[in-house]
Design a protein around this ligand. Structure first.
Ligand code: KIV
Ligand code: ZN
Length: 445
């Protein structure tokens, strides 16, 4: 029996909410370049900007709407006519335009920011959505600060905007305050209580102030949200938005728990992350899940040994599945003989166990001093360690290029997860038979 997969709409807001993060502003050409990459990536909706915010934003939304034809292109607007008109002006040539209207609904925002009563808020939400609907069929409404809004009032506002024609109800955790089970409950309440909810899409928009944006988004999906709003590298206001690559890969790697599909092409995740970082000049934190420089790097000897024998030991997804060229064995003081031997082989040198031990001792002393041992350090160390004394035969022979190439790390073509019986990778690691059994555990340290 073929069960139909539930499809989650991926709404990328890197060019709008992401761009609002300090140091991440982009010029017109940069936005267009990134929009093309988001299109290749397979985002369903690209929020291209906030057209009333500046002429530059207007032009960028307008240009993206003109050239990116597959996805929906959204433009943000406050709940007032001038914003909505400006958004529509920017979007009207899009193949699939969407006006995204937002209005704060929490008492804190109403009292201190908008100085408005709940009744006024309700009326403004209804009128602005009705006006947007008169221009564009596809209207999204966001009750800003939804997670700190009285749920009773939130449902009243949502009832009103659905009646006025909203097609997507986006529930923002604007200040990153909620926690997964609470947010899941809120989405479930909305599904139960809002009239006409069966004809609209519920969306989650989470910020990362408590580091829970992705977890909250996953809880929302489990509770019935069918659109996720997110950004590449999780950039965005303050601590950022939910990270697109983390949400998508959580669904892929843990499909048993999150049996949902997206249209995202995994192999474009890393290129998108790199492009954004290059454009903004904001580096990705090294330990960032999926796209950080260390996400597939292994320095600890025991880990390196395991990964070389079978990547399943320490990798839950292949680097290739997210577009990372290869996993990296970082040579540092925690590395073991196994990784050292492989790197030496890749550089064209093969040693017997005794010679490798000799190099290894020197390598650890060096790594203690310089942290990361690069290839040129290693070559120097090999030369120093094995300078032929007098007439002694050199202890190592450089491998031919072909032989060196055949020792390239592990196979990238294997499907993932690998079959349980799949054998450990057979790299020509120079372990002599007598050492094999007893000392195998030493290989990683
Ligand atoms: O975080 C937020 O509330 C927003 C809205 C404009 C959707 O970004
Ligand atoms: Zn936001």
């Amino acid at each position: 029996m073929v069960t139909e997969q539930v499809r989650i709409t991926v709404f990328d807001t890197t060019l709008r909410d992401g761009e609002q993060s300090p140091g991440c502003s982009m010029n017109h050409q940069e936005k267009l370049r990134l929009a093309h990459q988001l299109d290749r990536l397979g985002a369903d909706v690209i929020e291209a900007g906030f057209p009333i915010a500046s002429d530059g934003d207007f032009e960028a939304v307008n240009a993206i709407a003109a050239v990116i034809r597959r996805p929906i292109i959204a433009g943000l607007a406050r709940a007032c006519r001038p914003d909505i008109e400006r958004a529509w002006e920017a979007l009207k040539d899009a193949a699939h335009p969407r006006i995204h209207v937002f209005l704060a609904t929490s008492d804190i925002h109403l009292k201190y920011k908008l100085r408005m009563s709940r009744e006024e808020c309700l009326a403004q939400a209804r009128e602005s959505v009705a006006f947007a609907k008169s221009l564009c069929d596809d209207v999204e409404f966001s009750p800003e600060d939804a997670t700190r809004t009285d749920p009773e009032f939130l449902c009243q506002v949502l009832d009103a905007v659905v009646e006025a024609g909203a097609t997507t109800l986006n529930i923002p955790d604007t200040v990153g305050y909620t926690v997964p089970n609470e947010f899941g409950d809120l989405i479930a309440t909305i599904r139960r209580r809002v009239k006409g909810i069966e004809n609209v899409t519920i969306s989650a928009h989470c910020h990362n102030d408590l580091g829970m944006a992705v977890a909250n988004t996953m809880a929302a999906i489990a509770a019935g949200a069918r659109q996720v709003e997110c950004t590449i590298n999780g950039i965005g206001e303050r601590a950022g938005n939910a990270s697109l690559e983390e949400i998508v890969m959580a669904m892929r790697v843990r499909h048993d728990r999150y049996p949902y599909e997206t249209g995202i092409v995994g192999e474009h995740l890393f290129p998108a992350s790199q492009m954004l970082s290059e454009i903004t000049g904001v580096p990705v934190q090294p330990n960032k899940a999926i796209t950080g420089r260390n996400a597939f790097a292994h320095e600890a000897g025991i880990h390196q040994d395991g990964v070389l024998k079978n990547p399943l030991t320490y990798e839950i997804m292949t680097p290739q599945s997210v577009g990372v060229p290869d996993s990296k064995l970082v040579l540092g003081k925690h590395s073991g003989r196994h990784a050292l031997a492989i790197r030496c082989e890749q550089l064209g040198y093969q040693f017997d166990r005794r010679a490798l031990d000799d190099i290894y001792r020197r390598f650890v002393r060096l790594a203690d001093k310089i942290k990361h041992v690069e290839d040129h350090h290693l070559l120097e160390l090999i030369r120093d360690t094995h300078k032929p004394a007098g007439s002694a035969t050199p202890l190592f022979e450089p491998l031919s290029n072909a032989a060196a190439a055949s020792t390239s790390s592990y196979e990238s073509s294997k499907p993932f997860p690998l079959a349980a019986e799949s054998s450990a990778i057979s790299l020509p690691v120079p372990v002599s038979a007598e050492h094999h059994d007893q000392e195998d555990y030493l290989w990683g340290v």
